[in-house]
Write a protein of this length. Structure first.
Length: 360
């Protein structure tokens, strides 16, 4: 039983409006519905719409996981009931910011811009998964870790470990949950998602063996864990079937690949008949250097790159390259991060690689 008494002495119309408002609120309370000012909950909205609470949450954020018809239905009911999602109150209640900082280790340089498939495809997969789960993405670099949006994030995703893992060490100091795109390191103490780089190196070596190439050059900075794994798989597979000369480029760019092979060709060293580069850009630079010395690819020297970027297939000649599933990697990085934030058990995971054989 709900009782009510009204004592108005201001103006009859004002008293009438106040009474009418109270009557409407009583009707809502009897029906179990409360407007946003009185605390209408997402559960209430879900009952009105005939859907689940998570569907309501996704519909209000325009999630692609909800059909356009359902999104419109939920938003229409929410509008009629005066419901507004109070993000700040939710975050305070949950003690979360519902944001994840994505830190890009690489420094953009000429020849290796941020618009390259790495890290753009990783970012695409990360953003797709996090926004669907109701999280915002804070994109930053390792030089800006002390900013408020980064410090307030619920976790960090690092794209690239850096030379000797320096980027990882910097992020571990924040104490936030951390997932890294890269290669597993003994005693690292953090969750890693990456490609099976060792298998990628194995597939490149096997291709050279099948082609009868025995005097090989590996172009890549082995101070980076991913590159080190590629090189290790490559050398182990070659075994005693050939020689491998390692060259460390100054960057992962076309120019660096060109300079490495140009310098090698100027020396009176052993002749080589195969080049395995740690990135497609390095491989393309190597091919250009060989062309300038009238060394035809693949007749004189076979070349294999890494990443299988879109430009690899359109290069002349089309470049044989180890394919990484970067977008899938981005999705997996985000899922690992969400699990860490929720306190669920998480393990590192490696994705397969595929050698895309073309004309080099």
């Amino acid at each position: 039983m709900i009782s009510m008494s009204l004592n108005c002495c201001v103006h009859p119309k004002i008293c009438h409006n106040a009474a009418q408002g109270l009557v409407e609120n009583i009707k809502r309370m009897k029906s179990g519905i409360r407007n946003s000012d009185s605390g209408l909950t997402m559960e209430d909205l879900a009952k009105l719409a005939g859907v689940s609470k998570i569907t309501v949450s996704r519909a209000l954020r325009d999630s692609p996981l909800v059909t356009p018809e359902t999104r419109e239905k939920v938003r229409q009911i929410a509008s009629e009931q005066g419901y507004r999602l109070n993000v700040s109150a939710r975050n305070l209640r949950m003690r979360r910011s519902y944001s994840v900082a994505v830190v890009v280790e690489m420094t953009p340089v000429k020849g290796r811009p941020m618009s390259d498939p790495y890290p753009l495809e990783l970012l695409g997969g990360i953003t797709q998964e996090l926004t669907t789960a109701g999280y915002s993405v804070v994109l930053t670099s390792k030089q800006l870790l002390d900013t408020a949006p980064v410090q307030g994030a619920d976790g960090m995703i690092l794209l690239g470990q850096g030379s000797h893992g320096e980027a990882v060490h910097a992020l571990q100091k924040t104490g936030l949950p951390l997932v890294v795109w890269g290669a597993p390191e003994a005693g690292g103490g953090y969750i890693v998602v990456g490609s099976d780089n060792r298998a990628g190196g194995v597939s490149a070596a096997q291709r050279f063996i099948d082609l009868g190439r025995r005097k090989l050059v590996f172009v890549g900075d082995v101070d980076h864990a991913e590159v080190q794994e590629r090189c290790a798989g490559f050398i182990d597979t070659m075994g005693g079937q050939g020689t491998v000369h390692i060259i460390r480029p100054r960057a992962f760019t076309f120019e660096a690949g060109f300079d490495c092979i140009s310098s090698l060709l100027k020396k009176k060293g052993p002749v080589f008949d195969g080049v395995f580069a740690a990135s497609d850009s390095l491989a393309m630079g190597a091919i250009r250097a060989l062309a300038e010395k009238d060394m035809r690819v693949p007749e004189a020297v076979s070349v294999i790159g890494y990443d299988d970027t879109p430009s690899a297939a359109s290069f002349v000649p089309p470049l044989t390259s180890v394919h990484q599933y970067l977008r899938d990697g981005g999705v997996l990085l985000a899922r690992k991060m969400l699990a860490l934030i929720d306190g669920a058990p998480v393990q590192s995971e490696m994705l397969p690689t595929t050698l895309m054989v073309r004309q080099t």
